[in-house]
Design a protein around this ligand. Structure first.
Ligand SMILES: Cc1cc2nc3c(=O)[nH]c(=O)nc-3n(C[C@H](O)[C@H](O)[C@H](O)COP(=O)(O)OP(=O)(O)OC[C@H]3O[C@@H](n4cnc5c(N)ncnc54)[C@H](O)[C@@H]3O)c2cc1C
Length: 433
């Protein structure tokens, strides 16, 4: 049998059920297709940092595969067009890939299933549980987080799978070098792609710095690598498996201390899990303005406001600093994302989906369920029992950046816009000639 493993958000050999399902094949072709963000709001291509993190991760994965006599073919194009041609050319008998949520993603898979005459098998993606482990069916999946958490936090996690010691050989094919990214990691928040860097960060945050032991108090810090784990890029791209991160938390609790903070890090992994399965269930509704309850929202579309928000050029210094941090590094803290998103939704009155699309383009930890789920939550059309959040920007600044150190670091203090720039162009009234 000739297998094709289509890598998606599982850029690792360890605890990778999809890869492990190919071990009996006669030959194995490993492929990755570079993603295109949803084509909304004229956002073209991946942000420089997201592209960089991804390419570094692919290069690291390729080297790991090469050490086992394998290789990685990185191609561009949509799966519906590229994969059938590859399957034909290499006479593939079986396509395997991980299951990931997202409307376009599942549409692509359905299309392949209908078009291809070979089996297309999906294996569990990067999450803690399988639906069969839940004490409820997916039809009864909780609408909000707390009932979900109460029911699943007692469940045991299936042990992680070791990396294969050997892999089937690749077919005779040309494996081109992966072009290097144009950007480098930002010196103010260096987050390199690849599994080795993810493992280093896990070890550092838990066992060297013991940051996990006081995480509950520090998790709202605005800069990465200081208060929160900053593990999200490696989790989202699958350099790290979420179950191995959970195992590391439990090991820390056994070997060092088990307290509210150590629990809270696991609690956040449950949020990730919650949004993952919600995204699977919600399908297309995850991308509707009114969400799954089809709520009516009053928004305006003012391209100038959106452009200024993206560029970090609003009237709110903290929001500017956050947006500049995002485009410079590809990362933003959870509190930062809440503040920046609340500003777009409430102060600027824009459709939350434009903000979500910009995050999708820029974030090195972009994850469809967590991104769109959190945006819906803040816009009041998702899983928030209170129905939307409006963060008071002055209060948030006083609380999280009282001395303006963060805002200064990321260049948030902008000269105020002259009146005509703010208003004149927003209302293009032409003079009668
Ligand atoms: C508008 C908005 C968009 C977001 N988009 C994404 C996204 O695309 N990808 C992404 O991974 N997270 C997203 N988040 C969630 C959260 O902001 C990030 O996971 C977190 O900031 C990553 O930093 P960390 O690894 O230091 O997190 P920590 O605080 O150390 O948490 C540990 C891990 O738990 C998970 N986690 C933490 N908070 C959340 C949360 N609120 N929702 C889901 N998972 C969580 C992440 O995997 C994270 O790495 C978004 C949040 C908001 C408000």
């Amino acid at each position: 049998m000739r297998y094709l493993h289509w890598f998606q958000n599982d850029l690792r050999l360890d605890d990778n059920p999809t890869l492990s399902s190919t071990l009996t094949a006669d030959s194995l072709l490993c492929i990755y297709l570079l993603p295109k963000p949803r084509p909304w709001c004229n956002l073209v291509g991946l942000g420089a940092q997201r592209d960089r993190f991804l390419r570094e991760s692919l290069q690291a994965l390729r080297e790991q595969l090469q050490s086992l006599g394998q290789d990685l073919m990185v191609l561009e194009g949509s799966p519906e067009l590229v994969l059938p041609a590859v399957i034909e050319r290499f006479k593939i008998d079986h396509l395997v890939t991980e299951s990931i949520p997202g409307w376009h993603e599942s549409q692509a898979l359905n299309h392949l299933r209908n078009k291809l005459e070979i089996p297309v098998t999906t294996q569990p993606g990067n999450h803690l549980f399988q639906p069969a482990q839940f004490p409820f069916s997916l039809d009864e999946y909780p609408d909000t987080f707390s009932p979900f958490r109460r029911k699943v936090e007692v469940l045991a996690i299936t042990p992680t799978l070791p990396a294969p010691e050997a892999l089937p050989p690749p077919p005779a094919a040309q494996f081109d070098a992966i072009p290097k990214a144009a950007a480098a990691p930002h010196p103010g928040l260096p987050l390199p792609g690849g599994r080795a860097a993810g493992l280093r960060r896990l070890e550092q945050f838990l066992f060297q710095q013991h940051g996990i032991a006081e995480y509950k108090q520090t998790r709202n810090d605005l800069d990465g690598l200081s208060g929160s784990s900053t593990l999200s890029p490696w989790l989202a791209n699958g350099n790290l498996s979420v179950r191995e991160v959970a195992e590391a938390i439990f090991r820390y609790e056994r070997e060092h201390v088990s307290n509210e903070s150590t629990y809270w890090l696991y609690f956040e992994l449950l949020w990730r899990e919650f949004f993952h399965w919600r995204a699977v269930i919600d399908g297309r509704q995850l991308f509707r303005q009114g969400g799954r309850h089809d709520r009516r929202l009053l928004t305006t579309f003012e391209p100038r406001s959106f452009a200024r928000w993206c560029a970090g050029d609003t009237d709110f210094p903290l929001v500017n600093a956050l947006m500049r941090q995002l485009t410079a590094t590809g990362w933003m803290s959870n509190r930062g994302r809440q503040i920046a998103a609340s500003c777009l939704i409430n102060e600027l009155g824009l459709d939350w989906r434009y903000g979500a699309a910009f995050f999708e383009q820029q974030l090195i930890d972009y994850d469809v369920g967590s991104n769109y789920g959190n945006w819906q939550y803040l816009a009041g059309v998702g899983s928030d029992p209170r129905g939307g959040r409006h963060f008071n920007l002055e209060k948030q600044t006083a609380q999280h950046d009282p001395n303006g150190v963060f805002t200064q670091k990321w260049g948030g203090f902008r000269p105020p816009q002259p009146e005509h720039v703010l208003d004149g162009a927003d209302w293009p009234i032409t003079e009668p000639r």
